[in-house]
Design a protein around this ligand. Structure first.
Ligand code: VGL
Ligand code: ZN
Length: 198
């Protein structure tokens, strides 16, 4: 059984949002077109408390894109984004959320970030995602969404490590590109471990 994973298509990652990914809203149409082809569609939602330590403002003296130590891990400092209950954390208004079988929220622990839909960045805790997929007999996942170089990449790599067959729809992804070329390098890294980029 194959599932579609729709990663973080939220207002804050789209143009006008707090952590806007260039062209991020272009992936909405791709998601809407593909979802009807899947019996199982799982969306992830970046869902931070206001106090989240990945936000530069919550680390004295830190600027956006600085790297800080966060509970023993290297952490990129981000603008305040996807705060629980805010408009920025909502799915893009034209994304057809009625197609979602399940939504996995991540990044809720204030002291650890979670790019992957499966685990936090330290692999200390799992979300409910792999359990929800296995429960539905899913062994193969197709992935699209935001952002190629963060949440899409880490979700795809973890899916592969967990034993799922993985494909990433590059047309349905856009990258942050903090350093130009990051999104392209992320696709190459995924391909190098056996993930099909289609
Ligand atoms: C993401 C940075 C911070 C993402 C989430 O969805 O790719 N990137 N939080
Ligand atoms: Zn985040």
């Amino acid at each position: 059984m194959r599932a579609l994973l729709v990663i973080d298509i939220q207002n804050d990652f789209c143009p006008g949002g707090a952590l806007a990914v260039p062209g991020g809203d272009a992936v909405v149409a791709v998601a809407n077109r593909l979802m009807p082809q899947y019996a199982v569609v799982v969306a992830t939602q970046d869902w931070h408390p206001k106090s989240h330590r990945s936000f530069a403002v919550n680390n004295p003296g830190a600027k956006v894109h600085d790297i800080r130590d966060l509970d023993g891990l290297q952490q990129m400092m981000w603008p305040v984004h996807c705060v629980q209950g805010t408009r920025g954390a909502e799915f893009h208004p034209t994304l057809d959320t009625s197609r979602f079988t399940h939504v996995t929220r991540k990044g809720t622990d204030p002291v650890i970030d979670s790019y992957s839909g499966f685990f936090d960045n330290g692999h200390r805790k799992q979300t409910d995602l792999s359990k929800e997929l296995r429960r539905r007999g899913v062994d193969s996942v197709d992935i699209l969404g935001l952002a190629t170089d963060y949440c899409v990449k880490f979700t795809a790599l973890d899916a592969r490590d967990l034993g799922f067959t993985v494909r990433v729809f590059s047309e349905g992804c856009r990258g942050v590109d903090v350093t130009p070329g990051d999104a392209q390098r992320a696709l190459e890294e995924m391909r190098s471990v056996g993930i099909a980029i289609v």
